[in-house]
Design a protein around this ligand. Structure first.
Ligand SMILES: CC(=O)CC(=O)C(=O)O
Ligand SMILES: [Mg+2]
Length: 216
């Protein structure tokens, strides 16, 4: 796959597949059980925002939470991908936030409704630039950090993921064809919390990639 093509993942990608509760400590902090198989949901690609654009609080949301995540950018289309072939389908990585209207999500959870509004609203997926595979040779042992107004809120390591990257690609691709440019968000470590109008979020993957977004 040509890296010039994958670098256009935001234009090419058809979907964002997100994994929920992939870190034990995060499941615990929200009082959720540790999953025995991946919990998946979709975010539309209209949720992307890039640096220079702001995060907007969606209507009726009184508790907008930050979730820093490692994203996998798919470089080669495939379905029923085996774990041992998963690496062939990775085009690179990306830093992302899975912004979550926590109160709307809690309301939906209580009623057994989908999380679509809480997770898929416009600006709910701030995203960085493509990270090439050679810049992140060990994606399963990197620090994911996030600060709000300069204060550290999240500082976890991808080695603590419950389901690892090959397993996720294999599992997801049994259900959804993973297409070039699609992004898998691999879940957030603990420390999620609220942000408000005017707050500044800085986040990063170790010292490999970082970005800043403001809440408007
Ligand atoms: C409880 C959640 O919102 C699940 C989620 O998105 C995660 O990253 O974990
Ligand atoms: Mg998340």
């Amino acid at each position: 796959m040509a890296s010039t093509t994958v670098s256009r993942f935001r234009e090419l990608g058809k979907k964002i597949v997100a994994v929920g509760r992939n870190y034990k400590e995060h499941a615990a902090e929200l009082g959720n059980a540790v999953p025995t198989k991946p919990i998946l949901f979709l975010k539309p690609t209209t949720s992307y925002v890039t640096q220079g654009q702001n995060i907007k609080i969606p209507p009726n949301c009184k508790s907008l939470h930050h979730e820093v995540e490692l994203g996998i950018v798919i470089g080669k289309t495939g379905s029923h991908i085996t774990e041992d072939r998963a690496a062939d389908h990775i085009g690179g990585y990306v830093l992302a936030l899975d912004m979550t209207a926590r109160d709307l999500q809690d309301e939906a959870k209580k009623k057994g409704h989908p999380w679509t509004l809480a997770k898929g609203f416009d600006t709910s997926c701030p995203i960085g630039d493509l990270i090439s595979k050679d810049k992140l040779p060990n994606p399963e042992n990197v620090q994911l950090w996030l600060k709000v107004n300069g204060q550290t809120k999240q500082d976890g390591n991808t080695k603590d993921m419950i389901f690892d990257i090959p397993f996720l690609i294999s599992y997801i691709s049994k259900y959804f064809t993973l297409e070039e440019g699609d992004v898998i968000l691999t879940g957030t470590p603990s420390g999620v919390g609220p942000v408000d109008k005017g707050d500044v979020i800085d986040a990063g993957i170790g010292d490999v990639s970082s970005f800043r977004f403001q809440v408007e």
